[in-house]
Design a protein. Structure first.
Length: 218
């Protein structure tokens, strides 16, 4: 297969498996999505979805959020991990949204990444999922799969994002990044991976990855 054919195979396979791509993190608007994505760092969507209802019951907008103290926010979100940093970020960004953005989540990478505890990946998720602005957030699943599929060299997530954007049509980015995440969780996980179930890697995967897999199962 040529690289173009491999890319099309990925697109076609993912579309057949995941024609619908619901957003994994429960939210009702850009603000609650921003908070949920921030909370998901080094945690799971499942865990975050159990905690956000507790937080949003107390405050689901920046004006109510700053009525809570950082310690109160931390106590609620502690189960998702990294609560000291995340609670400060949630409080701080809520204050900035009020002071600089009329209480609304801005629709630009520059403004989003200027918020406390908001990195490029978080900003990309918000741009794609809240505002439908083309972005390609790269999480651990996408980074792992793009390497396994030999579509990036896997040096870092920055390079993986560049390669993803270069290879895939811009009109597919927002849906495709979710499709890859779903595929990674179901068919190509980091642990307990079975190549025979992973049709994409089995078909177009990096030769060294496949060879290493067979060495491990011998």
């Amino acid at each position: 297969m040529t690289k173009v054919e491999k890319v099309q195979f990925v697109i076609d396979t993912l579309e057949s498996l995941y024609p619908e791509t619901p957003i994994p993190l429960d939210h009702k608007d850009p603000y609650t999505l921003l908070i949920a994505v921030l909370m998901s760092a080094q945690s799971t969507d499942e865990r975050v979805n159990k905690i956000t209802p507790l937080l949003f019951k107390e405050a689901d907008n920046p004006y109510d959020m700053i009525k809570l103290s950082v310690d109160e926010i931390r106590a609620i979100i502690k189960p998702v991990g990294l609560s000291p940093m995340k609670s400060k970020g949630i409080y701080g960004l809520s204050q900035i949204l009020i002071d600089k953005h009329d209480g609304k989540v801005p629709q630009s990478f520059e403004d989003l990444e200027a918020l406390p505890a908001v990195g490029h990946k978080t900003a990309s998720v918000v741009m794609a999922q809240a505002f439908d602005i083309p972005a390609f957030p790269v999480d651990t699943h996408i980074h792992r799969l793009m390497y396994r599929w030999n579509l990036t060299n896997g040096k870092n997530v920055i390079q993986t994002e560049k390669d993803s954007k270069r290879l895939f049509p811009i009109e597919l980015w927002n849906k495709l990044h979710l499709q890859i995440i779903y595929y990674g969780r179901e068919y190509s996980p980091a642990r307990g991976w079975k190549l025979e179930n992973d049709i994409i890697t089995k078909t177009i995967g990096r030769k060294t990855v496949i060879e290493e897999y067979y060495k491990k199962i011998k």
